[in-house]
Design a protein around this ligand. Structure first.
Ligand code: PLP
Length: 391
């Protein structure tokens, strides 16, 4: 029997839903035709891709032909930003934020090294943008990339308002919605974004499949150059099983979102309130209201988040300190630093992120073990000895 796991790291990745696994299975076994071939076997693969395109489009209020399947959220982000810039004048500015995922920030860094003008907007102590500053940065147009939901804190940027500002300023707008899609309702028929990135493994599909929404008429330049797949928008034989899985995951998200969000939020809130009240020196990071229903980010002052993670892991609890991509680095999270969280708190930050597969027993388990872990680490911490909530 595998050890029982309490999985609270759903912003890093999610377990594949059983229905999703069943939806992809035929394309890993008997239905292996290349969707570009002409015989009936291939037709099944092609039909599966068409079906999935419809499901993904329906989840975000898009048209099926506005969806391009990719290999991951990072590829979608890169494709969107480079597409927008390919149509913009050479001196057009890329405007983004200091709290984006590495898929955007590291591309922006490279573009800057290549001579592109780049502005990275800051956030306030709750992780919110200043929309007047954003409007000023977009004066004269350019390209904007701003995330929908932050992967570390869950904080939501006001994408409908941002999209209106971008439109008014004549800027192209890409939103990295990798953490938002499947967790909150999104209707792009109402919100004028040009591009939106999503990733299968954040909504109970497997790793290795993503999608990019490209609004009809918005500039597009393929990132992966090759055959005529995806209507000439992405070369490479399609990941049929992965795409079928993403379609089913999108269908399930649409079906479950309304019922499940309330339950997930209630579990998150109970866990958060329990930890804040039972662990001295604990503080919440990020806007307490304007955020995803599944995420909490809590700092335990004067101790190391990595230490908490190791002890949680010994108890079979999976969580994360900051984003998984920066784990291993001694630098505290760039998101928390951008919010001005002091070093002593940023180092001790833990992200707990739930999904519809979590239960009240998972919350009980965390509430049971965390106070002891925090107490123990405080006792051995050179900074923490003697420090309490009042410190
Ligand atoms: N953007 C955000 C906000 C993310 O959280 C992630 C993954 O953690 C990505 C982009 C990258 O997605 P992928 O892992 O599918 O490349």
């Amino acid at each position: 029997m595998p050890e029982a796991i309490t999985y609270l790291d759903n912003n890093a990745t999610t377990p594949v839903a059983p229905e999703v696994f069943e939806a992809m299975r035929p394309f890993l076994q008997d239905e292996y035709g290349n969707p570009s071939s002409v015989y009936k076997l291939a037709g099944k693969s092609k039909a599966a891709i068409d079906r999935a395109r419809g499901e993904v489009a329906a989840l975000i209020g898009a048209q099926p032909e506005e969806i391009v399947f990719t290999s991951c959220g990072s590829e979608s982000d890169n494709t969107a930003i480079l597409s927008a810039l390919s149509a913009a004048p050479e001196d057009a500015r890329l405007v983004t934020t200091r709290v984006e995922h590495a898929a955007v920030l590291n591309l922006a860094k490279r573009l800057k090294e290549d001579g592109r003008a780049v502005t990275e907007l800051g956030v306030d102590s709750k992780g919110n943008l200043d929309l007047e500053e954003l409007a000023r940065a977009l004066e004269g147009g350019g390209v904007l990339s701003a995330m929908w939901a932050n992967n570390e804190t869950g904080v939501l940027f006001p994408v409908p308002e941002i999209a209106e500002i971008a439109k008014e300023k004549g800027a192209l707008f890409h939103t990295d919605a990798v953490q938002a899609v499947g967790k909150i309702p999104i209707d792009l028929s109402e919100i004028p974004v040009d591009y939106l990135a999503l990733s299968g493994h954040k909504l109970h599909a497997p790793k290795g499949v993503g999608a990019l929404f490209v609004r009809r008429g918005s500039p597009f330049r393929s990132f992966l150059v090759g055959g005529h797949q995806e209507d000439g928008r992405r070369g490479g034989t399609e990941n049929v099983a992965g795409i079928a899985a993403l379609g089913e995951a999108a269908r399930l998200a649409r079906e479950h979102m309304q019922d499940e969000n309330g339950r997930v939020k209630a579990m998150r809130d109970r866990m958060e309130q329990g930890l804040l009240s039972s662990c001295p020196g604990a503080r919440l990071n990020g806007d307490p209201v304007r955020r995803l229903p599944n995420t909490t980010n809590i700092s335990f002052e004067y101790i190391e988040g990595e230490g908490i993670l190791l002890l949680l892991d010994r108890d079979g609890i999976c969580a994360s300190s900051g984003s998984a991509c920066t784990t291993g680095s001694l630098e505290p999270s760039h998101v928390l630093r951008a919010m001005g969280v002091p070093y002593t708190a940023a180092h001790g930050a833990i992200r707990l992120s739930l999904s519809r597969y979590n239960t009240d027993a998972d919350v009980d388990r965390v509430l049971d073990v965390m106070p002891g872990i925090v107490k123990r680490l405080r006792e051995i911490s050179p900074f923490g000895r003697g420090e309490t909530a009042e410190a």
